[in-house]
Design a protein around this ligand. Structure first.
Ligand SMILES: Nc1ncnc2c1ncn2[C@@H]1O[C@H](COP(=O)(O)OP(=O)(O)OP(=O)(O)O)[C@@H](O)[C@H]1O
Ligand SMILES: [Mg+2]
Length: 646
């Protein structure tokens, strides 16, 4: 400053000064505070074949190489921060690379389905089609070892006390032993029946463990019906050799999702370990959302090694890499945090323990901590990348995506994938030497495909008119009619004629047990509550009440029990409980029980019991009078047809 004062009008001095200042500003741009020590001066360090975004302040690109994913990528940040977006961007680029690793997306929230439209080679599996036998060891793995892993997955994620692990393992191994002598191999269904059939005193330790295990297996049966299927099987090599997206959003409980994910990961890992051994290169990439519920710190604190931690630590040796997303970092297992090459915080955690946890991964200055806390912006990432000693800042790209598949297209993809991947009979493992891998099924001719599509459509929608269904299946009505006749004569479906209040009878389609087996779905109940006919009448009666200005709850609750319909009229508030009894003559005491619970419920004003035919009406009339139910509430007993929509 001193020399400026010497001659303030001297232009050369001012020019010099400006240049020095510009130089200073430029330097600051390259090294802005608080990133003076952290931003790379040279673009080469943090570039890569896959571009993820741009580092602000100096405009360098941030990218990674596919091979680095073998040491895993973890994307953390609060909800809506852009985690999924980063991963989608990455996957889109990987899919364009020749010889890309096979991608398995374990999809909890239907966020990745946008990738499907553009990549027809992506297989899609949903819960009903995940038919692999979890008791079956991966090729080359001893049964005892595998049952140990299976048990651990059950204990960890299905809320079973560790004390029950011995019980579970013991029963599984005993059953496998018995079946092996008969030349077969048990499935989860067999295990459930086996455990149910063993007698223990209910108050004994074994009895209590038995009850817990039965409850968990029954829950699994309802949540993962495909796993109890004995006619179809998807082998682990099919899952490893293709891109696939596994839709988990229909699995009701995150614990069950994690049970399934941990089983799949264990299968993949062990299969690779035995068949390929140590190898270079990234062969499979597994994408997992909500990672903190799967890789849990609490499991590491139990004091014994957990299988999933081992997978995280050693998977790279077998060509398996992970991409995980999580809304938390404090609950994540140390093994994941420590074994991850690239960790990002996208969209910020704000001022929280998670921020501190993330920053602790690279020792950070208080300045940097403040800076990070002040920038919780969607799409902005702070990245701990093993190639650079300090945390870097990056504005992530938001790629344009092709439109999602329509629900019909998605269903079609699910069915096609299943037929591509599943083999008809589940394999039985041989003792000792390796099993030959079961051959892929020959592609099914178009006619079979229509059969399967029709069955699937009827399984979901049993009242759809012929012309409407033909439109959905994209075939002429006459072709579909022929197919339906064929299905009926082959005993795969039953057609009921249901009479409405007026007009011609409508067709109601029901899949027989062999029909369900054909499409590998669990049979639906034929009689009573939950059956096709019951649902049908429930719907029709609900429509009748709605047309009369009632608000209707299907499966409403009274005294903790379900009532088929609860109809409320506004504004009077009159409340009618409707029970539909299709088998009143076969099970009269059940009818009385059902009506009693409605009669004992305060808010219900009157009860309507609907039965199919006149003789049944008379039977119920007598039962109600005998039980004295009318002393509590007015009860009408009527024929169903009166309440059918016209
Ligand atoms: N880099 C980005 N630039 C602009 N917008 C973005 C960027 N990343 C994400 N977004 C937008 O933010 C929204 C949320 O992103 P995303 O679904 O990826 O968040 P998330 O972290 O996965 O959330 P969640 O934890 O709920 O799954 C999206 O609508 C997306 O378009
Ligand atoms: Mg997300």
């Amino acid at each position: 400053m001193k020399w400026v004062e010497e001659d303030p009008r001297d232009q050369t001095v001012i020019r010099d000064l400006r240049e020095t200042l510009l130089e200073e500003i430029k330097l600051q741009r390259l090294d802005p505070d608080p990133f003076r020590k952290t931003a790379p001066r040279d673009e080469v360090y943090l570039g890569g074949a896959i571009r993820l975004g741009v580092m602000p302040h100096h405009g360098f690109m941030y990218g990674i190489d596919i091979i680095s994913l073998i040491r895993h990528l973890l994307v953390m940040g609060q909800t809506g921060g852009g985690k999924t977006t980063v991963i989608k961007n990455l996957l889109l680029q990987i899919l364009q690379v020749a010889d890309a690793p096979r991608i398995m997306i374990l999809e909890r929230k239907q966020e990745f389905t946008e990738l499907l439209a553009k990549y027809p080679e992506f297989n899609v599996l949903d819960v009903n089609h995940l038919s692999f036998n979890p008791l079956l060891p991966p090729e080359g793995i001893k049964t005892e070892v595998w049952i140990g892993v299976f048990t651990e997955c059950m204990i960890n994620y299905l809320d079973i006390l560790e004390a029950s692990s011995g019980f579970l393992m013991d029963h599984a191994l005993r059953l496998i032993d018995i079946r092996k002598k008969e030349g077969t191999y048990p499935n989860l269904n067999d295990l459930l029946s086996f455990i149910k059939a063993t007698k223990y005193s209910p108050m004994s330790k074994n009895g209590q463990q038995q009850q817990t295990v039965i409850n968990r297996l029954t829950n699994l049966l309802h949540s993962l019906p495909g796993m109890f299927n004995t006619s179809r099987h998807i082998g682990i090599s099919e899952l490893l050799n293709d891109h696939c997206l596994i839709l988990l959003h229909d699995v009701p409980h995150i614990g069950i999702q994690n049970f399934l994910i941990s089983l799949l990961m264990a299968q993949m890992f062990l299969h690779r370990k035995v068949t390929a051994g140590l190898q270079g290169g990234l062969k499979n990439l597994i994408v997992i959302d909500e990672a903190s519920s799967l890789f849990r710190r609490q499991d590491e604190l139990k004091g014994h090694p957990s299988f999933i931690s081992d997978v995280v630590r050693t998977a790279r040796g077998y060509g398996i890499g992970l991409i995980a997303a999580s809304q938390l970092s404090t609950d994540l297992s140390h093994s994941l945090l420590a074994n991850t090459n690239t960790r990002m915080m996208v969209g910020g955690f704000g001022r929280s323990r998670d921020t501190d946890e993330f920053l602790r991964l690279r020792s950070c200055t208080p300045d940097l901590r403040d800076y990070v806390i002040r920038h919780p912006v969607i799409g902005k990432a702070f990245i701990a990348d093993n190639r650079w000693p300090h945390i870097v800042e990056c504005n992530m790209d938001n790629p344009a995506l092709s439109p999602r598949l329509t629900p019909d297209e998605l269903n079609q993809r699910i069915q096609d994938s299943f037929f591509r991947m599943a083999t008809f009979a589940p394999p039985v493992p041989a003792e000792g030497p390796k099993q030959p891998v079961s051959p892929k099924p020959t592609p099914e001719p178009e006619t079979v495909s229509l059969e399967i599509r029709t069955l699937n459509s009827m399984y979901e929608h049993h009242f759809v008119k012929l012309s409407e269904r033909a439109k959905q299946l994209k075939v002429p009505s006459s072709t579909l009619k022929k197919k339906i006749d064929e299905l009926q004569s082959n005993g795969l479906i039953l057609i009921h004629k249901v009479h409405g209040r007026s007009g011609a009878p409508r067709d109601l389609y029901e899949l027989t047990e062999s029909g369900c087996r054909m499409i590998s779905l669990p049979p639906k109940k034929m009689k009573g509550k939950g059956s096709y006919l019951h649902c049908f009448y429930q719907k029709c009666t609900a429509n009748w009440f709605k047309s009369k200005g009632y608000h209707v709850d299907i499966e409403g609750t009274a005294l903790g029990k379900n009532i088929d319909l609860i109809a409320r009229k506004q504004p009077s508030g009159e409340c009618v409980a409707v029970e539909i009894e299709l088998n009143s003559s076969a099970n009269p005491s059940h009818v009385v029980e059902n009506l009693k619970k409605a009669a004992n419920t305060d808010f219900i004003d009157r009860i309507l019991c609907l039965v199919p035919k006149e003789p049944e009406r008379r039977v119920v009339e007598k039962l109600v009078t005998k039980a004295g139910l009318r002393k509590r509430k007015p009860i009408e007993i009527e024929r169903l047809w009166k309440y059918m929509e016209s």
